[in-house]
Design a protein around this ligand. Structure first.
Ligand SMILES: [Zn+2]
Length: 115
């Protein structure tokens, strides 16, 4: 059976600061981003014609978005140092079916974590 790949993009807006960069680094200061996160799944196409129903993807991801949207990310468990890489890993860790997560902090900067 061929393997198919699907993706679904979500958005959230959050504040953060990066505590492990030097004092002089601008990301040490509290600031915000309009984040975009893409969740990617891979698998065989089932009898319904899906790798996964996008509605099922929504049901799994929406509670995670609720944990980070309009929040100070540094206060979310697991995100005390909320770089894009660590935010992507946090989503991947909470989504057993996902194989890749990409987080965009803006139009130009992104990080991807996969298994
Ligand atoms: Zn930032």
């Amino acid at each position: 059976m061929p393997i198919a790949t699907i993706g679904r993009t979500f958005r959230f807006e959050s504040a953060h600061f990066l505590p492990k960069v030097p004092e002089s680094h601008r990301c040490r200061n509290l600031h915000g981003h309009n984040y975009r996160v893409e969740i990617v799944l891979r698998g065989e196409i089932d009898e319904r014609g899906f790798v996964k129903d996008f509605g099922e993807v929504d049901a799994a991801v929406t509670p995670l978005i609720a944990q980070v949207d309009h929040k100070l990310l540094n206060e979310v468990p697991g995100l005390t140092n909320p770089t894009a890489e660590i935010i992507a890993r946090w989503f991947l860790d909470h989504l057993a079916a996902a194989v890749r997560v990409t987080v965009w902090e803006n139009n130009d900067c992104w990080a991807e974590v996969s298994r």
